[in-house]
Design a binder for this molecule. Structure first.
Ligand code: ARG
Length: 252
């Protein structure tokens, strides 16, 4: 316990020292109006984050921009595979993780999170000619997932044969090419990607997934972003953003 407090105090001292030096790195949102906050993201996850040309767009981009507007900070988005997002935030390479990140107990040991802003689930996706109609039919079947996701964790823990891919599109391709019998992925994402590829989403879901933004342990940004997010949840802005993307809002 004592160690934890010490580490937190040390982190805070370092942040304050950085802020005092006028450095924008570390994103001191409170004192510096133009602070730049770096955001790690894997833009293969529509409608939360995807690429429009070279620009990252989506629900989470809009939510984070609204928060940044309130705090008077500037966002600098850095693109990477999903399995680099949380480790990068944890190591302090980036200030925020924005990637449809599910809050899990394990991740809470390594990162701090804002409050959840949406409740998703893991969907089971199959090809139209598949004989898989429910979760029980998956026994002994090969499932494709994205590396480092809760889908991968869940499927491995439950003894399924797993094929993991760093890019979400490759996990989908493993299903369409017949390498995998099913693809497990977050439900809202599959609405977009499955429709594009003529795939079938089963009614039965795997798990519940509260999404939030991730920060390094002890980051002073967590409370600031969480406070602004709380306001945007309370005044209906978050729900409106989901509506703008044609997604029915599910409160966590
Ligand atoms: N919600 C899942 C998780 O936290 C999947 C997130 C994948 N995100 C992405 N941008 N590809 O593991």
């Amino acid at each position: 316990m004592k160690k934890k407090y010490l580490a937190a105090a040390l982190a805070l001292t370092m942040i304050l020292a950085l802020a005092a030096c006028g450095s924008s790195n570390g994103g001191d949102a409170a004192s510096d109006g133009k602070a730049v906050v770096t955001v790690a993201t894997s833009p293969d996850f529509p409608p939360f984050e995807s690429l429009d040309g070279s620009e990252v767009v989506g629900i989470e981009v809009d939510i984070l921009q609204a928060i940044a507007g309130k705090l008077g900070v500037e966002l600098k988005l850095e693109q990477m595979d999903f399995d680099s997002v949380i480790p990068g935030v944890q190591a302090g390479k980036f200030d925020i993780g924005m990637s449809g990140i599910t809050i899990t107990e394990d991740r809470q040991k390594n990162c701090d999170f804002t409050q959840p802003y949406f409740l998703a689930s893991q969907a089971i996706v199959v090809t139209p000619d598949s004989d898989i109609t429910c979760k029980a039919d998956l026994e002994g079947k090969t499932i494709s997932v994205q590396t480092g996701t809760t889908a991968e964790e869940y499927c491995m823990e439950n003894g399924y044969e797993v094929l993991a891919f760093t890019a979400n599109n490759d996990a989908a391709a493993a299903l369409t090419s017949g390498k995998a019998a099913a693809w497990v992925v977050d439900n809202e994402v599959v609405v977009v990607l499955a429709a594009q590829q003529g795939l079938v989403v089963l009614d039965e879901a795997m798990t519940s997934e509260p999404y939030a933004f991730a920060f390094a342990k002890g980051s002073d940004l967590t409370a600031q972003f969480d406070g602004a997010l709380g306001e945007l949840l309370a005044d209906g802005t978050v729900e409106q953003i989901f509506e703008n993307y044609g997604v029915l809002y599910v409160a966590p």
